[in-house]
Design a protein around this ligand. Structure first.
Ligand SMILES: [Fe+2]
Length: 404
């Protein structure tokens, strides 16, 4: 596909009218939301920012007692209102009126959400993607979370989202009150829009209590985490990369490169299967693509096409502590071949209750101006040392704010 035009994106000519900056959040579907919360909230430390009962969107006669808990839960690890959203998979499969929004065929991620730089980029992208023949789903602004967005499908049916302006949770840990959710949009907005600061002014003038949003509780703070007491011995500091199994790695990589502006960092051939690692910023990869045949060779469940969700923790000592902590809480560790982990050395994988591998690591190689990945470091030993002798770790953006 030849894309001949160029677009002024914030004063710079680019081949498309937007630039993806990072993986922002992801929606995961599970059979049991309470089990999901035990894993993501209790064990991994994600805090709930908002939730709503999915079934309440439907008339009484459509509700099914077998879905004992249909709430959709928004969780965060930092200021972003949500980084991981948990949704009830069986309830969506039965109740969702739009078949394209049900989770079938092994797609168990509900959305893969990429942050753009500005609202103008999102608005222009929504039209541009349509013009390129991409199947778009909807545009506007959802609540909770307040982010402006354009939703569309990749060639495999994965729902991607391009968004701007995620609500930020501040020092008091309180989300935006539901009474402020009236600035919801169900179509592509006209721009310019009022700022969020002006929205807050408006809400205050209407007498809305700005402190009346949701505030989560956490467990007892028993662990000294690098000088701060926390309820678990580590802190998740970043979400991603995301790994997907796809029928055609080359075609999928071409979609993300040509339409969304990803760059191919490297390909890896493993057992004769080609895998692709794509980036959107200086991180070695934000998206890893593996052929479906690799899923079988890896011995993973055929119930999901998600290969893994990466989560970064603050440092190596915390990664080791996280491993011990999750093991001691009964999490099943799953091996992952070193060859399929370019750019990331020390990492381990546990299974979430929805069948998704969650891959914890502490640092990823950064790619510079020349686009060349670092030569592969020596393999990770079976027995992790207590202290690493590693050249130039902890690159990339720092975690902002306190660990807890
Ligand atoms: Fe989203």
């Amino acid at each position: 596909m030849a894309i001949a035009s160029r677009y002024n994106v914030g004063g710079v000519w680019l081949p498309r009218p937007f630039k993806i900056r990072r993986l922002g959040h992801i929606g995961l579907t599970l059979e049991d939301i309470d089990e999901g919360l035990r894993f993501y909230h209790d064990l991994l430390g994600f805090k709930v920012t908002d939730w709503y009962p999915f079934e309440e969107r439907f008339p009484e006669h459509m509700r099914k007692p077998q879905f004992r808990d249909t709430k959709t839960v928004f969780t965060r690890f930092a200021g972003d209102h949500h980084s991981v959203v948990l949704l009830n998979r069986p309830a969506h499969a039965v109740l969702e009126p739009d078949p394209s929004r049900r989770y079938e065929g092994g797609i168990t991620v509900q959305q893969i959400s990429w942050q753009a730089g500005t609202l103008r980029e999102v608005v222009n992208a929504d039209q541009w993607l349509q013009d390129q023949g991409v199947a778009t789903q909807r545009a506007g602004r959802d609540m909770p979370g307040s982010n402006w967005h354009s939703y569309f499908y990749d060639l495999n049916g994965y729902i991607n989202e391009l968004y701007y302006g995620m609500e930020q949770i501040g020092w008091n840990g309180v989300s935006k009150p539901f009474a402020m959710h009236y600035r919801l949009f169900e179509q592509r907005p006209q721009i310019p829009q009022m700022s969020e600061y002006a929205e807050v002014n408006e809400a205050l003038a209407h007498g809305i209590d700005s402190a009346s949003g949701y505030r989560d509780e956490d467990g007892e703070e028993r662990y000294d985490v690098d000088g701060v007491l926390l309820a678990r011995p580590f802190k998740v500091t970043q979400i991603g990369p995301l790994g997907l199994f796809v029928p055609d790695v080359a075609a999928t990589a071409a979609f993300y490169q040509q339409l969304l502006g990803f760059r191919l960092t490297e390909t890896v051939t493993w057992n004769g299967l080609e895998c692709a690692f794509l980036r959107v910023n200086t991180e070695h990869h934000s998206l890893a693509l593996f052929p479906l045949a690799a899923r079988e060779r890896l011995g993973l469940s055929t119930a999901t096409t998600t290969a893994y969700l990466g989560l970064q923790v603050a440092n190596y000592a915390q990664l080791r502590a996280a491993r011990d902590f999750l093991r001691s809480h009964g999490c099943r560790e799953v091996p992952w071949p070193d060859e399929l982990s370019p750019g990331v050395d020390y990492a381990f994988q546990v299974m979430d209750p929805g069948g998704h591998l969650v891959r914890l690591y502490f640092q990823m190689d950064q790619i510079g101006w020349d686009g060349a990945p670092r030569p592969k470091r020596p393999g990770v030993p079976d027995e992790w040392p207590e202290v690493l002798d590693m050249d130039d770790p902890y690159l990339g953006p720092p975690f902002l704010g306190p660990l807890g």
